[in-house]
Design a protein around this ligand. Sequence first.
Ligand SMILES: Nc1nc2c(ncn2[C@@H]2O[C@H](COP(=O)(O)O[C@H]3[C@@H](O)[C@H](n4cnc5c(=O)[nH]c(N)nc54)O[C@@H]3COP(=O)(O)O)[C@@H](O)[C@H]2O)c(=O)[nH]1
Length: 489
Amino acid sequence: MIREVGQGEIWDKRKNGEVYPKWLTVTAVKGDDGIITHYVGSHLDITERKLTQEKIQHLAFYDHLTNLPNRMLLTDRLKKALATCTRSKRKGALLYIDLDNFKNLNDTLGHDIGDQLLKQAALRLQSCIRESDTVARLGGDEFMVMLCDLNVQTLEAAAQAEVTGEKILAMLDQHYQLGTYSHHCSASIGITLFEDHQQNTEELLKQADIAMYQAKNAGRNTLCFFDPKTQINIAARVLMEEELRTALELQQFQLHYQLQIDNLGKPLGAEALIRRHHPERGMVSPLDFISLAEETGLILPIGNWVLDTACAQLKTWEQTARTCDLILAVNVSAKQFHQTEFVKHIKAMLMRYAIKPGRLKLELTEGMLLENIEDTIANMNALRKVGVKFSLDDFGTGYSSLQYLKRLPLNQLKIDQSFVRDIITDSNDRAIVRTIIAMAKSMRLDVIAEGVELEEQQQLLVKKGCTNFQGYLFAKPLPIAQFEALLGK
Ligand SMILES: Nc1nc2c(ncn2[C@@H]2O[C@H](COP(=O)(O)O[C@H]3[C@@H](O)[C@H](n4cnc5c(=O)[nH]c(N)nc54)O[C@@H]3COP(=O)(O)O)[C@@H](O)[C@H]2O)c(=O)[nH]1
């Protein structure tokens, strides 16, 4: 009778002296009387199995490019460091490191060169820390350094983390030899301190990440400490962004129409101005959501909705004698205008609603036009060719180069309301308005003044040669029914 009595891993020595692992299984052999007569041990060389296991382990916990610990191993070490901090009362720090403009290198010289830089950066990071600290690669050009055993006092610990951060910045900011290329690449670092096991590892990584973005915003090649106020602001922004998405889904946006007239009071058209109808807060001004929509990219679907609604409105107006000549001005944001498909999109919209392109006027601002001037001119020319009009909004508030301005196929300059507001009392504003009107005339462009609230303002503008007007003096932006009722008067 044979019965296994035990098994396990043991170390043995080969004849050549090499120590190796083996799996030993011991089996008891009994005689007919049931008494163990002897034991049999079988051995299996598990060197290969152990190596494979180690390889799998390494793949799971180390980054294959730089051989640094990966996020998983870092998180594990962070948990242990938090437990140690709790006992020792000492602080630790996480330094989130992101290489500045690394994407440009990858895009221009290729991924192989990018990989070389990452490997060199990894070595430089390792040279900046002690053996008890950790450098990990989180992915892409993002690294994390975990400093342990810092001072008990928060300020002292922060100063220690800052010294290491500065050392890392200086080390990374030196030139890299990448094959035949010599490259320069700085970094941005976000730092957060940790002190006990109550803190959540994911939360700490997020804090360091937030601080790193602060460092990027502060101009790169710098470090920032995590500031809880930033986190609150970010949380508020995320909430607002979600709200904007909801507004789109639930179709809470509306267009209001503000009358534009000539100097005889004849309606020329309107400017379409977006509003959000919030179920609890009522009408929300675009000032409260347009810049967030621009930052988050939500301006693209919102802008499409505006254009679609404006074109549908123009179609309706085309069918009535009283409104068929009205021109509708639509605000276009920089992101929208610089989309590769913008021209195609506008043309498709004009086709879909079968409207006369000359009834659509796109309001662009100075800043966005100068962003990529050659593409801008090409896009504007393509749309001008089919008849779409262009008005330069907020004119005079930017830094337009007249050199560029004369190359833009514009139809109209819009005098910004900041110059109209004090035109009666401020001689500088009067001089600016006079110059804008003279410029428009010499470039054979229409000129419209916005923000006209008083008759005296209009009279002065007329005297200076302004021909078109928009402002509360004539009408506030109105929902479509009220706007059409106004036209009927
Ligand atoms: N990308 C997009 N931007 C848009 C869109 N709709 C609006 N906007 C931009 O939001 C800003 C604020 O717009 P709004 O609150 O509607 O203010 C406009 C007018 O109501 C206001 N106005 C008009 N007349 C007067 C006046 O006599 N006095 C006074 N104090 N304000 C007046 O001016 C704003 C007109 O803005 P402008 O576009 O510069 O002509 C504003 O920047 C809008 O552009 C959108 O659909 N897309």
